[in-house]
Design a protein around this ligand. Structure first.
Ligand code: ZN
Length: 265
């Protein structure tokens, strides 16, 4: 009688112990496989960041950075934001870098140097000029440069223009595209008419020859150095567009410049 009672107690103990162990196992496995936990087999897509190269600093010591996409011998130099009150340029140039980074096939045989924000002080203050109140785009040592307080005491007096000058020397681009607002046209200097026409096929901006302005990057690169250069003038209200719309409107024109004279697919 006693033995049967003891056996029953032992059986009940084992039953309760088993139930507790099963409960603990289920609880633990439930935690590990909770819906919030990362699931195996769904690999996260990690975009490789674009290396940024230090080119120098602005008048107010803001770093000026640029990126290099591709390592081919056909080189395009893209510049955004020489004028700080034209923010759509840096926005578009930034997205171009991302696009090329994700579409490396475009870069076969090519290299694209992108200076997204050439005048970071002006961009910070929303001013055309730099922190010395000099128009960077009149500060180049072009043959037509004139001395004027707004153009700087001499050619390349400003660190921002000197950085662009140095990058041109360093990379010797086959073509340059400087992105501006708000004149809604594709202006060109030097041997760049065919390039301008090709870009115009892929956006709704007309080709317009504005003329060589004194000490401008267009005058310096296009006329003094003989490098085809485009002054890509977007519209004023492009500043309020989100990046996707900006890219839809002008992305293909930039790609056309990079792969010139080939057509954009
Ligand atoms: Zn401008």
């Amino acid at each position: 009688m006693l033995n049967r009672y003891v056996n029953r107690l032992i059986m009940r103990y084992l039953y309760i112990k088993s139930a507790i162990i099963i409960f603990i196992i289920v609880s633990i496995s439930g935690c590990v496989q909770s819906p919030e936990a990362p699931r195996l087999g769904t690999a996260e897509i990690i975009s490789v960041p674009i290396p940024q190269h230090f080119a120098g600093v602005s008048v107010e010591n803001r770093p000026i950075m640029y990126s290099i996409l591709g390592n081919g011998s056909d080189i395009t130099f893209i510049i955004g934001g020489i004028h700080g009150d034209e923010p759509a340029g840096p926005q578009l140039a930034n997205h171009l870098a991302d696009y090329l980074n994700q579409n490396q096939d475009i870069l076969i045989g090519r290299k694209v140097v992108i200076l997204t924000a050439a005048n970071p002080d002006g961009l910070a203050y929303k001013t055309r000029v730099n922190a010395n109140k000099v128009d960077i785009n009149r500060n180049f040592p072009a043959d037509n440069r004139i001395n004027d307080p707004n153009y700087g005491p001499k050619g390349l007096s400003e660190p921002e223009s000197h950085i662009i000058y140095t990058l041109i020397q360093q990379y010797n681009p086959a073509r340059i595209v400087s992105i501006h607002q708000p004149y809604a046209c594709i202006d060109y200097d030097g041997p760049a008419e065919a390039l301008a026409q090709q870009m115009a096929l892929y956006c709704d901006l007309p080709v317009e020859k504005v003329g060589a302005l004194p000490g401008s990057l267009g005058s310096y690169a296009g006329l003094t150095l003989g490098i085809p250069i485009i002054t890509f003038e977007m519209r004023e209200h492009d500043s309020i567009l989100n990046t996707q719309l900006l890219w839809q409107r002008y992305g293909k024109a930039l790609l056309a410049a990079i792969i010139f004279p080939n057509p954009v697919q």
